[in-house]
Design a protein around this ligand. Structure first.
Ligand SMILES: Nc1ncnc2c1ncn2[C@@H]1O[C@H](COP(=O)(O)OP(=O)(O)O)[C@@H](O)[C@H]1O
Ligand SMILES: [Mg+2]
Length: 271
């Protein structure tokens, strides 16, 4: 049945979705190394990358996400606004375990995200199936992290911002266009790859980060992305498109026809 099949993919853990897209060689290169976390793996990945993100396998809204760092002989991690420092890996790990409680976690290579006015940002790229069931990139929107936080999610204080606004201080006009094209292609390729193992999938919200060399990284693929989020953009045509596709996919209720409103002037003219 269609609805139960959709439920399966919607409830897939970040781990299963990651394993699915790693099967595609083109997409694989854009996924930061991701593992199921245990003490040994966190230690190894930290040694390799100096900075990693750890997150619940089944989290949303940036909840439970932590940024872990290793300097020369010092260890630290940040969750929400609080950064904690330690002088050994094991004392840090004990503290992390208390914070993560019993939830299974993933470790992921940390991406040094580009910043806008000193705040990290990433990009949500919406990819939806069209009426011919083909994938199409329908809209993208930047999300700027709260100045003291390590996640960009709206529910964690992130600010929705047009991608152009974020990239303008960094690149010139022609390159801006190129980056937008790349982001769109990465979202499209990722959605397509995920749908190979999940054919019933019809919307993907890809969280894509850019590092300081402007390389795109697939941070997460959301299989139940919020189409209304695009309403934050001043350019209303983007939300209109995303919402019309979502409506066609029956992911949101049909649009209500607007009740007729008469301005005072037309009222007086009519009477
Ligand atoms: N590997 C990473 N490198 C840099 N930032 C990351 C990384 N993983 C997560 N983040 C930041 O944390 C946010 C939330 O992580 P995400 O994996 O999307 O989980 P959630 O399901 O809670 O949104 C991301 O949008 C990004 O801002
Ligand atoms: Mg996310």
């Amino acid at each position: 049945m269609k609805t139960s099949a959709r439920k399966n993919v919607l409830s897939k853990s970040k781990w299963l979705k990651t394993k699915d897209i790693l099967k595609d060689p083109k997409v694989r290169k854009l996924v930061p190394e991701t593992r199921r976390m245990n003490e040994k793996l966190l230690r190894e990945m930290l040694r390799r990358y100096s900075m990693v993100y750890i997150k619940p396998e089944k989290g949303t809204y940036g909840k439970g996400v932590m940024r872990v760092e290793q300097g020369n002989g010092s260890y630290s991690y940040q969750r929400k606004e609080k950064k904690r420092m330690f002088d050994s890996f094991s004392s840090m790990y004990q503290s992390i375990v208390r914070n993560k409680r019993k939830r299974p976690y993933l470790v992921q290579k940390g991406i040094h995200l580009l910043k806008y006015k000193g705040r990290r940002f990433d990009i949500r790229v919406m990819v939806q199936r069209n009426r011919k069931r083909a994938w199409e990139m329908t809209g993208m929107i930047g999300r700027v992290a709260h100045p003291r936080k390590i996640v960009t999610n709206y529910h964690s204080g992130g600010k929705p911002t047009a991608v152009r606004t974020l990239l303008k201080p960094i690149v010139s006009g022609e390159n801006l266009f190129k980056i937008e094209k790349t982001l769109s292609k990465v979202g499209y390729d990722a959605a397509k790859a995920l749908s190979h193992t999940n054919p019933e999938l019809d919307m993907v919200g890809a969280d894509i980060g850019l590092d300081n060399r402007l390389r795109p990284w697939i941070i997460e693929l959301n299989t139940n992305p919020d189409p209304y989020f695009f309403r934050h953009l001043a350019d209303k045509s983007i939300a209109r498109k995303v919402l019309s596709y979502a409506r066609a996919l029956k992911r949101i209720p049909p649009a209500k026809s607007k009740p007729k409103r008469y301005s005072n002037r037309s009222l007086s003219r009519n009477t």
